[in-house]
Design a protein around this ligand. Structure first.
Ligand SMILES: Nc1ncnc2c1ncn2[C@@H]1O[C@H](COP(=O)(O)OP(=O)(O)O)[C@@H](O)[C@H]1O
Ligand SMILES: [Mg+2]
Length: 171
């Protein structure tokens, strides 16, 4: 169950299995299409990559989706969008980010999904922020927030047109 009323942000949702995380990813995919920046934070093993794998699968991507821990960025071409999967775990300072070939904010049909992505906040002042937390061997907590008026309005609009989220997840 959500800890808070689903009509407010931050929105917190619990997953009790990878299968439930995939359902959550399906729902989030509809929120973030056709373009968005999502900065993910959370400890190792908290489910960031698993969630991004599920989002890519939800968009029809059939290739391998692995954390770009050394390459920093992987690009996945899906039918409807291009996904930039970023992982800044090994990045020590913002200076290292200048070599990254990342899209400009708001680029059409482009999703930026960045693990350890807080450092990208100055590049993308408007974004969704997703905090992932492990709360047991199969239990993960995902907490979504919106930064910037435009993203908050997207959330409100999406919520108004979506089915009851908890019901869809199966809680
Ligand atoms: N409910 C769940 N949601 C997501 N991952 C889960 C869940 N339960 C167990 N796991 C496992 O937790 C691990 C999460 O790893 P990963 O997604 O790589 O985390 P991160 O990218 O945050 O380091 C995976 O091995 C996954 O199978
Ligand atoms: Mg990861």
């Amino acid at each position: 169950m959500s800890e808070k009323d689903s009509n407010t942000l931050p929105w917190t949702v619990m997953s009790h299995s990878v299968t439930e995380t995939r359902k959550i990813a399906d729902i989030l995919t509809r929120l973030i299409l056709p373009s968005a920046v999502v900065l993910l934070s959370g400890d190792l093993g908290s489910g960031k990559t698993t969630l991004i794998q599920a989002i890519a699968a939800s968009l029809g991507y059939r290739g391998a989706v692995k954390s770009p821990t050394f390459d920093l960025v992987h690009v996945y071409e899906c039918d409807a969008v291009r996904i930039y999967h970023v992982d800044l775990y090994r990045v020590q300072s913002a200076d290292e980010l200048s070599v990254l070939d990342l899209p400009y904010a708001g680029e059409d049909r482009t999703l930026v999904l960045a693990e350890w992505g807080d450092m990208l906040a100055p590049w993308y002042p408007d974004h969704f922020h997703l905090t992932c937390e492990s709360c047991g061997s199969r239990c993960r907590c995902f907490r979504l927030d919106a930064q910037g008026e435009a993203y908050y309005r997207r959330w409100e609009k999406w919520l108004g047109s979506s089915e009851t989220i908890e019901k869809e997840i199966g809680h």
